[in-house]
Design a protein around this ligand. Structure first.
Ligand SMILES: Cc1ncc(COP(=O)(O)O)c(C=O)c1O
Length: 380
């Protein structure tokens, strides 16, 4: 039976991984600045993470949410402390799309309203509501088309204010990434996030901070939205939360009460997922990974700005991007094939860096020197 061919892929088979390094079948080592799409937060196969999962596996891997699972409360407490939101409530699920889907549903249940504001170039996932608020017509199936979503230009306070003035009483939620990932590393202005907070409060709508890619310490703060100094009502989380183990969730403001059966999941919050997620938080804390993300990110940003060929270096912490000029069309490819460095991309010409938060100075320096070699050896 063939696999359903949904992705163009690199002809590379990775068989081993450790920290920020991966190895292919031939034993070739690569520096991983892509982190399997921002998923690897504490480094590949971190020993504490491996041990915690193995130990849990020997006890119990799964039981349904019909019984007490104390690991869920342990995770909620640790997450609340590290995220600086100890009074929020945690709902656990399995993927980023599912987290956003539940966030949007909850906002609609709570407000009794239907309309959602989303922004140009946003990516929120592929399930029905999550894809409806994603700004990419190619991935919205006819059945997911809805008139309930209003797309506005990103970072445009005037357009947002005008929309609320016209339809504020119908708006259930505003959803935005703190740093757009798929959209090419576009940072939300602090003033934009502050305006979302203000207008949502004024009109009784829910502010949903999609932190699936930009959250979990990657920006140097737990949530990149925190840079604006205002609280969202719901934060969605996934990628870095399990360091590769599928686990996701939403943090919900204490103002929104839970109702039995409104939200639910079979796999969400299972024993093994909680063990993986706890291991991630324990390592983040023990190794000061948010500080490392901030320091390594600032160093990389400074270095990248030294290349006149690279335009609009941007981002926060270890979520960085830059525009590659037409004269270097194969830069990403040559970094992979000649320098053995994985990077990410965003259409049409952006290189995205989404490494593990454990990235070392030596790793970062290796990347800069390899980048220099590739830029210098380019025929253009
Ligand atoms: C900002 C954002 N939200 C949601 C998602 C969807 O997450 P998942 O692929 O886990 O469903 C992604 C995935 O790339 C994302 O970047």
């Amino acid at each position: 039976m063939p696999l359903f061919d949904v992705y163009p892929i690199q002809d590379i088979t990775i068989v081993k991984a450790k920290g920020s390094r991966v190895w292919d079948q031939q034993g070739q080592e690569y520096l991983d600045l892509y982190g399997g799409h921002a998923v690897i937060s504490i480094g590949h196969s971190h020993p504490h993470w491996v041990e915690r999962i193995k130990t849990q596996l020997d006890k119990i891997a799964f039981y349904s949410n019909s019984i007490r699972i104390p690991l869920q409360q342990e995770l909620a407490t640790k997450l609340g402390t590290l995220a600086g939101k100890p009074n929020y409530q945690l709902f656990l699920c399995n993927s980023g799309a599912e987290a956003n889907e539940n966030a949007l549903k909850l906002a609609s249940f709570y407000t009794g309203r239907k309309k959602i504001i989303a922004f140009t170039k946003a990516f929120h996932g592929r399930t029905s509501l999550a894809v409806a608020v994603t700004d990419n017509k190619n991935i919205i199936a006819p059945v997911n088309e809805t008139e309930n979503v209003i797309f506005l230009p990103f970072n445009d306070v005037a357009a947002l204010t005008e929309c609320f003035q016209k339809q504020g009483k119908e708006i259930a939620a505003v959803i935005t990434e703190g740093i757009q990932g798929v959209g090419g590393i576009q940072v939300a202005d602090d003033s934009f996030l502050q305006a979302i907070r203000l207008l949502c409060t004024q009109y009784g709508a829910i502010y949903i901070a999609d932190s699936v890619q930009c959250g979990y310490g990657r920006s140097g703060k737990f949530f990149s939205h925190d840079y604006a100094g205002v609280q969202a009502d719901i934060y969605s989380m996934a990628k870095g939360m399990g360091n590769g183990f599928p686990v996701a969730g939403i943090l919900i403001t204490p103002q929104i009460p839970a109702k039995h059966f409104q939200l639910g999941t079979t796999f969400g919050g299972n024993h093994l997922a909680c063990a993986a997620a706890l291991a991630v938080l324990e390592v983040m804390e023990a190794e000061n990974l948010m500080d490392n993300a901030l320091n390594m990110g600032s160093w990389l940003m400074e270095q990248l700005n030294q290349f006149p060929q690279l335009k609009n270096v941007r981002g926060r912490g270890l979520m960085l991007g830059f525009d590659v000029p037409d004269t270097l069309p194969d830069l990403k490819k040559s970094l992979l094939t000649r320098q053995h460095i994985f990077t990410g991309e965003a259409k049409p010409n952006v290189i995205r860096l989404l490494p593990s938060l454990t990235l070392t100075q030596a790793d970062a320096a290796q990347f800069i020197s390899s980048l220099q070699q590739e830029i210098q050896s380019s025929p253009n």
